[in-house]
Write a protein that binds this ligand. Structure first.
Ligand code: ZN
Length: 133
């Protein structure tokens, strides 16, 4: 009775958590590698730069672009890891804010999303990076 492990691609409505787990693990590995690579490149650029900057790491705008991309990846990576934890917890696929099921299409596109559509919009509005004053 316990052999429902058929890897059929098209049973809609049924969420195959193991599939998501695999995808999340793949993404995690890719992001980890990319972040390491980006940080490496950023470090090389800094090393190439004629300026000697030992301590002011966060303030320089010109060289922050590579870091920004790495940071973006790092943010996603964190979400991916959180999602993997939610799979273990059995809460995967539910919005972390209200516990509502996340829309299947959203989950399909962004398996690591912690929010349903409603809370996603609330959490990253179009002007998120700006102060609201
Ligand atoms: Zn929600």
């Amino acid at each position: 009775m316990s052999d429902d492990r058929h890897r059929g691609a098209s049973h809609e409505g049924h969420m195959d958590v193991q599939d998501y787990k695999q995808r999340l693990r793949d993404v995690e590995a890719q992001l980890s590698a990319r972040i390491a690579h980006e940080r490496e490149q950023a470090r090389e650029q800094v090393a190439d730069s004629p300026r000697d900057r030992a301590d002011d790491s966060v303030t320089d705008e010109a060289e922050s672009e590579d870091f920004t991309e790495a940071e973006l990846d790092a943010t996603v990576l964190q979400q991916v890891r959180d999602a993997l934890e939610r799979i273990e917890d059995g809460t995967f696929g539910r919005c972390v804010v209200d516990g509502e099921p996340i829309e299947p299409k959203r989950l399909e596109a962004v398996p690591w999303t912690p929010y349903c559509l409603k809370h996603q919009k609330l959490s990253e509005g179009p002007f998120r990076s700006r102060p609201s004053l």
